[in-house]
Design a protein around this ligand. Sequence first.
Ligand code: PLP
Length: 407
Amino acid sequence: MIRFQALAEKYDTPLYLYDFDYITTRYNSLKEAFKAKKSLICYAVKANSNLSVIQHLGNLGAGCDCVSIGEVKRALYAGVPHYKIIFSGVGKRDDEIREALQKDILMINVESEAELNRVEIQAAELGKEARISIRVNPNIDPQTHPYISTGLHENKFGVDLDTAKRMYIFARNSDFLDPVGIHFHIGSQLTQLEPIREASAIVADLVRSLKVLDIDIRFFDIGGGLGIRYENETLIEPYDYAQAILSTLTGLDVTIMMEPGRYLSANSGYFLTRVLYEKVNGDKRFVIVDGGMNDLIRPSLYNAHHTIELIGKGADEEVSECDVVGPVCESGDFFAKNVSLPITREGDLIVIHSAGAYCSTMSSNYNTRGRVAEVALEDDGKHDRLIRRRETFEDMIALEKAYLKKD
Ligand SMILES: *Cc1c(COP(=O)(O)O)cnc(C)c1O
């Protein structure tokens, strides 16, 4: 049991709380599942990029999958070694590519022919050989939400098989490119194993055909995307995941790389918010809380389900349906619609579950609301520690205040 009340009192609300032991357990379960082969888990930093979260995973042995040079620098700053950092993403600026090369990261995941040319030019200017991996789009329907589906040709990500082959040959013939890896990532919040296995089989076949062309792929990057339980989703077990991938790799001597984000951190996280008051408009009951969509946008953005828990109320209390909404001036500012809750009072504590991935990282200052504090729980929840202080008004105006006109 997490001491939600005590922590809300100590740090105030709204607040993010992350159980680091949970992250450890998840990391170990994945690592263990793949123990038959060499593997490197590169945590997808975009899921939760708090420096202490990255540091915690780095200490467990994780590398990082980054989608901007900012994330690469975060990973390095948190102590993750440069040779465990990879740089993915559908659009990279020249200066980002250049800096990644200068920092000598493990590899750049290239997503188009045009990008490969840009990487070659930057590497040539620096007199370096860029280690690259190519993101293959295997045209598999991952059966997830369209916004987080990435493995179909209609999605903007990666290149088709023929293009990939052409790019590998181009890279092999270049003095400035070293094609060491191959990559696919078909979507997020995946709950079906078969699309992953199919994608892996297609990409593994490509690796075999590249071998014939004297292109030796050493890193087989299966992306991220493992689903988690928000509500009652069926889940892919790490063991089954590993077996499905391994079954496609017979005869290949590769290091398996993974880029899990949500799987590692989502259910480590809780968002704590307090009730401001209730109101009724016509037949509709609203519980208005001090957290808003600027703090946690997934319900507004994807209509995502997050379990809502009202702390300190008995199970025998009478409930009625309500919407739990924030103070932001948008109708889309809600955490849950038509949930059954007892009547709340000012100051009651509400915990929003599964808030460890794509929550704080998507937060903003909309409505000039400061980003909230973040706290780590460690040692079976016995210790709590601030890992990001609450943003102040001064923080929010810092980049603008020097530019006011003076008369
Ligand atoms: C977002 C992303 C991930 C992580 O996805 P999760 O669903 O959080 O596991 C991994 N790799 C790439 C390339 C991504 O874009």
